[in-house]
Design a protein around this ligand. Structure first.
Ligand code: ADP
Length: 927
């Protein structure tokens, strides 16, 4: 095929006669920076302003045409006249430099999350949910509403014109409403808007017609109208490329100024016919109709350097849209003109200088580009370091780690020839993650944790060696180290404290005795309790702090320390916000035992909270370049003149080092995995399995006792009712919170499953068999990702009928069937006549497959620990603060009293972790 050579910097004239100064446009990208109500912010205006030099046009991210149309949080609105003023600032900012300002008009249709529209059902051509997990079933628009919708698109165009935009792009892509009308998958109407292809075409045509009409009424013939399309759909039935060409031809006949592919790469081939490698743009050029051939076509996807743009133009695109590279380089066009070679990354200290609004900075699209270069960056002696590490199965890996002066350059597997291909794939994936994050602290690949930990360890070791070498080379003594604050323990409490102290200006270091970050927090499953949060409000959940306080107090048998509990309850919503600001959003809500209201916040994916939390906190640790010393145990806190002056640490090789410090934050977790301590305080719990990770040995309590700390409630040890005994795997309370029941070997319920942990555990231990089964159905499984994990670990018995399930469990089948039928009746009546269960009567257990897991109680949480005040200062036996000593998390006693409520541990570690960081940093400033 022969192509014309177009020059990226040549002007181009659109069919309406408008000339663009060159062929570069900034691609529409979701910034999530609108206010919650869709108005625009100053940050957003500045973001566009600085990117508007020397390019043809900026296509501003999509504006929703009505209140049910927004497909993501922070979307900007074109749905009412009040928006015009704010939008006009964006238009002016873009036009001031001679670029054309175009804005997308869209409606998300069935892709809208009900949570974004006040819990309403979204609307669509037909009442068919999108074929994606957890998609809501939309309401079909009536014929009258379709007419109204067209009018709304018209009004949105009018507003765009009034705001001073040079044009609009009709967003017919990304499976939003316009595409939904054209798609045989989502449009199964039988009126004039649905059925055959020509009928399905009517809606896009009607949108074009009204847009043109509005342009005619309110603008002039120079108003630009573009159309964005997704070339194919995977679904069957679904839009195929020839359908797209058909649609574009019809639109072209009516007159358009450009069409715009929506794809991840300019030269992407078909996603439907995966055997055909021909780029779709080649097919487009070959097969387009004469009408369509007159319309310029924009390509998008992975354009970073001039060669990418030229390649796109060579294949027939008339213009190229540049996305992420424009976020990283606001003066992209100038740099390309100067023939710079760009890499798609953003230095972590550049957010403000690059005018990237905070919400966009945290958006995965951008987050993945950020390269850490903070000032505290550890200095390395550049070079190659060879490390030998092993995984849990004694597989040995010889890894060469190449370090630059302050960054990780590369890593290579020296003994690759002796390893299987999967290992090599894992290695390459982890290498990419490490090099991109410029840190060994990255998420492991699920199912290959131990291998990944070994790869990461090689990097940590190399870094530590080369750091020492660098210090020696500069004439320093690597064994003499001083920091403002040493944080002991890298669970949720330690990480939150370190982040906060760093943000308050302190120089922080974390020591962690295990080889991985995260402690027991990694295992947290249900979520994080908080009352009166924005997320509860969005879901229409009315809660109040007083109730939360009282329920926690009741659950804790009135033994909780009142001031600590009050601080906890009052600050829980702030802690949820604090996490959200750090990209750790817990927006879905469930419940746990002992709570009367849904207040257990968890990730939107409903995944277990622990891994999600630690992974998000680690990203924040990496961004701040906070040093984490793994396999390093704090062995002593040193005092002089009654204040903390140093922490002694011991590394993996047994080397002892003293770190000078002014303050220490002890966040070492509980002692649930220390049988001696458990039996010392509670002989009755000897030989009970523990759900805790190996590091939960209570060493922080001992460290603090040595410097005079008092302890409280040491005998209050929680056993969790639902632990699978062979694996000591904890079966999350969210399963019961999601609707599961507990039954005995007789197939009978025996307790209110959502009662507090101590009561449920007691009832199980009182059964003759001393174990029980947690039983649930497909509906509960669907809402709890944790179930996938249990299945993967082979902990679950499943069956197609309740009778089969009973047979497999060898329990009374008639008993089980009767119990479930009776429970289902309670769900219908929303009243549990037998055990007065008041929460989580969510759905009847009636959808196959059915699941059961045999469980019994296991040691789970140690409520007791050192004493602190609400400033997290560690108190001595006279209840006086020990200067420079702070503690947070499970190492502390008092918050939970005699029994901890599910979801309160995560809240505890974050709330008091933040407070410890704040207070310790403040202490440093004053000393
Ligand atoms: P929390 O939930 O309170 O944050 P976690 O159990 O999640 O507690 O985390 C505590 C971390 O502290 C664990 O990773 C544990 O290995 C670590 N740890 C415990 N004792 C020490 C110690 N003496 N030195 C360093 N790390 C420690």
């Amino acid at each position: 095929m022969k192509y014309d050579l177009k020059n990226l910097f040549d002007p181009i004239t659109l069919p309406n006669g408008v000339s663009l100064k060159n062929r570069i446009v900034m691609a529409p990208m979701t910034t999530c920076c609108g206010y919650y109500d869709g108005t625009v912010t100053q940050e957003l205006i500045d973001y566009y302003r600085v990117r508007s030099q020397n390019l043809g046009a900026i296509i501003v991210e999509c504006g929703f045409v009505e209140h049910r149309g927004l497909a993501f949080p922070g979307a900007i609105g074109l749905d009412s006249d009040d928006r015009i003023e704010g939008l006009s600032h964006i238009a002016q900012a873009i036009k001031a430099q001679g670029a054309k300002a175009i804005i997308q008009i869209y409606h998300g249709g069935r892709m809208v999350d009900p949570k974004l529209i006040g819990g309403q059902s979204p609307v669509a051509p037909s009442a068919i949910a999108a074929p994606r997990p957890n998609s809501p079933t939309p309401i079909a628009l009536s014929a009258e509403e379709v007419d109204e919708m067209i009018d709304k698109f018209g009004q949105a165009t009018r507003r765009a014109i009034a705001a001073g935009f040079d044009g609009v792009e009709i967003h017919g892509a990304n499976t939003y409403l316009i595409q939904q009308f054209y798609s045989p998958n989502s449009n199964q109407r039988n009126d004039k808007w649905g059925g055959n292809r020509d009928n399905r075409l009517r809606f896009p045509l009607a949108i074009l017609a009204i847009t043109k009409q509005m342009a005619k009424n309110y603008a002039n013939d120079k108003f630009i109208i573009g159309y964005r399309f997704s070339p194919e759909e995977l679904e069957v039935p679904g839009i195929r490329f020839d359908d797209t060409l058909y649609l574009l031809d019809k639109l072209a006949i009516k007159g358009l100024d450009y069409v715009h592919f929506s794809m991840g790469a300019t030269l992407r081939p078909s996603i439907v016919d995966t055997r055909d490698p021909t780029p779709l743009i080649d097919k487009f050029i070959q097969q387009r109709s004469p009408a369509l051939a007159k319309i310029p076509v924009i390509g998008v996807g992975n354009v970073v350097n001039k060669s990418d743009a030229d390649q796109a133009l060579t294949h027939g695109y008339d213009m190229v849209a540049v996305g992420r590279a424009y976020i990283a380089y606001p003066d992209w066009a100038d740099r390309i003109k100067e023939q710079q070679t760009l890499s798609l990354s953003i230095n972590s200290d550049q957010r403000v200088a690059l005018h990237i609004p905070e919400p966009l900075w945290r958006f995965p699209l951008v987050d993945s580009l950020i390269r850490d270069v903070s000032n505290h960056a550890k200095k390395f002696k550049a070079g190659q370091y060879q490390e030998t590490v092993s995984d849990d199965n004694q597989n040995e890996f010889v890894i060469n780690v190449e370090l630059g002066n302050d960054f990780i350059k590369n890593m290579t597997l020296q003994n690759a020839d002796r390893l299987d291909p999967t290992t090599i794939t894992h290695f390459n994936e982890i290498k990419d993650r490490i090099v991109t994050a410029n840190s060994p602290y990255v998420d492991a690949i699920s199912g290959a944790t131990s291998q990944c930990e070994a790869f990461k360890k090689a990097v940590s070791k190399a870094m530590s060696k080369s750091n020492k070498a660098a210090i020696l080379a500069e004439g320093g003594n690597p064994d003499e180290k001083a920091v403002d604050i040493v944080v002991i323990g890298s669970g949720g409490a330690g990480l939150a404290a370190a982040i906060q102290a760093h943000d308050d200006g302190a120089n922080v270091m974390i020591v962690e005795k295990m080889s991985i970050i995260g402690g027991n927090t990694n295992k947290a499953s249900a979520g994080m309790n908080a009352a009166e949060t924005q997320f509860q409000q969005k879901l229409g959940i009315h809660d109040n702090k007083e109730l939360f306080y009282n329920e926690t107090l009741k659950g804790g048998k009135y033994k909780n320390h009142p001031q600590l509990l009050k601080y906890f309850v009052d600050n829980a919503p702030n802690a949820i916000e604090w996490l959200d600001e750090k990209g750790i959003t817990l927006s879905d809500i469930t419940t746990t035992g002992g709570m009367s209201i849904d207040r257990t916040h968890r990730p939107a994916s409903r995944a277990a909270v622990g891994g999600f939390l630690i992974s998000g906190l680690i990203k924040n640790i990496n961004k701040r370049d906070i040093d984490v010393m793994l396999e390093t145990t704090a062995t002593e806190i040193r005092m002089e003149n009654n204040q903390v002056v140093a922490v002694q640490i011991k590394n993996e090789e047994g080397n002892i080092q003293t770190i000078k410090t002014k303050a220490v934050i002890v966040a070492t977790g509980g002692f649930g995995a220390n049988p001696q301590m458990i039996t010392h305080y509670r002989p009755d719990l000897a030989n009970v399995v523990t759900t805790n990770h190996k590091g939960a040995t209570g060493s922080g309590i001992t460290l603090l006792q040595h410097i005079g700390a008092d302890t409280v409630d040491m005998g209050e040890i929680q056993i969790h009712p639902t632990v699978e005994q062979q694996s000591a795997y904890l079966i999350s309370e969210s399963i019961r919170g999601g609707g599961a029941i507990l039954v005995s070997k007789a197939g009978k319920r025996f307790v209110n499953e959502l009662d507090t942990r101590d009561k449920v555990s007691h009832e199980i231990r009182s059964l003759p068999e001393q174990f029980a089964y947690i039983v649930f159905d497909h509906q509960v499984r669907q809402e709890n990702k944790a179930v996938d994990e249990y299945l993967a670990h082979d902990l679950i018995v499943q069956a197609e009928t309740i009778e089969q399930l009973a047979e497999k469990l060898a329990i009374d089948s008639h008993g089980l069937a009767t119990t479930i039928a009776r429970f289902n009746q309670f769900v219908t009546n929303q009243h549990d006549d037998d055990f007065n269960r008041k929460t989580a009567l969510r759905h009847p257990i009636n959808q196959a497959p059915y699941y059961a897991i045999q469980i019994a109680p296991g040691i789970h949480h140690t409520m007791g620990g050192v004493t602190i005040n609400t400033h997290t200062e560690v108190l001595d036996r006279q209840q006086q603060p020990i200067k420079g000593a702070y503690a947070a998390g499970e190492v502390v006693g008092g918050v939970h009293g005699a029994n901890r409520i599910g979801g309160n541990a995560v809240a505890d570690i974050i709330i008091f972790g933040i407070q410890a960081g704040t207070q310790a940093a403040q202490y440093i400033k004053n000393h």
